[in-house]
Design a protein around this ligand. Sequence first.
Ligand SMILES: NC(=O)C1=CN([C@@H]2O[C@H](COP(=O)(O)OP(=O)(O)OC[C@H]3O[C@@H](n4cnc5c(N)ncnc54)[C@H](O)[C@@H]3O)[C@@H](O)[C@H]2O)C=CC1
Ligand SMILES: CC(=O)C(=O)O
Length: 372
Amino acid sequence: MKIGVPKEIKNNENRVAMTPAGVMSLKSAGHEVAVEVGAGIGSGFLDEEYVDAGATLVETASEAWSQDMVMKVKEPLKEEFEHFHEGLILFTYLHLAPEPELTKALIDYKVVAIAYETVQAPNGTLPLLTPMSEVAGRMASQIGAQFLEKSKGGMGILLGGIPGVRRGKVTIIGGGVVGTNAAKIAMGLGADVTIIDLSPGRLRELDDIFGSSINTIMSNPLNIARELRTSDLVIGAVLIPGAKAPKLVTEDMVKDMMDGSVIVDVAIDQGGIFETTDRITTHDEPTYEKHGVLHYAVANMPGAVPRTSTIGLTNVTVPYALQLANKGYKKACLDNEALLKGINTLSGFVTYKAVAEAHDLEYCDVHELLNE
Ligand SMILES: NC(=O)C1=CN([C@@H]2O[C@H](COP(=O)(O)OP(=O)(O)OC[C@H]3O[C@@H](n4cnc5c(N)ncnc54)[C@H](O)[C@@H]3O)[C@@H](O)[C@H]2O)C=CC1
Ligand SMILES: CC(=O)C(=O)O
């Protein structure tokens, strides 16, 4: 199979979908990899390293996109839609539920769109989302601590406090991968940490992991409102796979938060869990203030630490790319239920229920299309 790796064009997105090691694996299995010139630079991978590993360098994005399968990191931006072609296998993060235009373009061009974030193992975990959730979770507490500084717009508190001065309070809504990693770093900084989740089983696991060093609380509107009133930093980390994030924090709850407190809505890539995170921010302009609260809503947080993130991401994506390339997407997906769940659009239809529901579009069972 011919595989293309374009350079990412999103604001401050320095990750790349393939390392030279990945190229070598695909090459050894008999595939061709076309890497756009400079695609790896932001992650510290030089063009020469790709060539040494067996890649062909291509000068333009169009050449990288005109392959059988394109591997990317972020969802295609509008200016990339023109590269879509019928039957293209697009393997990348897509986050289609809050993206009607992208969804429509993928349908119109009959792209085989396989979303990293909905590839789902039989135990319910999301193997291609996990490493980036680990990065974003760890970053969320770091970033929150930074924006609580006065010069950054925050109320001017140190999360760990000092002897004689109270510690800052961090509330994390959603205790999955992002939430757990955010908690680890917030605890390390010495903060008073509370995790709110809807799943009693998950709350129990968190209690087993962290013991009495965190508070675990059941998710409901009353508990969320009460915790937020006294929180310095609130992290949004809820996910319902493939679906638009539920707006668990109302504008009134945000109005009740302390002036100078900080929100980091990691779930913004699925639309965000705060009514007030109504726009995506960028690494260039990461925050805005609303009701006295600083909001951070960057949808590609791991892009800020591209070396770590690219290696972490490709460690998990390349084995799946090999299956797609070796067997062709149909057999690879029929043989591997996890990969099958990654297919969001196929042959002009939406094949992921939560995405179809988000856009009120016809849903088509992927098995029907694959067995045609
Ligand atoms: N902004 C960025 O750069 C990045 C964003 N993300 C996003 O972060 C979000 C979280 O991802 P993960 O932690 O990997 O998901 P996860 O599936 O590991 O965890 C989600 C948690 O939310 C909980 N939950 C579901 N409904 C809830 C409710 N009503 N109240 C409270 N908790 C609820 C679940 O029980 C689960 O524990 C996703 O939207 C993901 O795409 C991930 C990486 C980077
Ligand atoms: C998960 C995701 O969208 C990201 O890492 O940018």
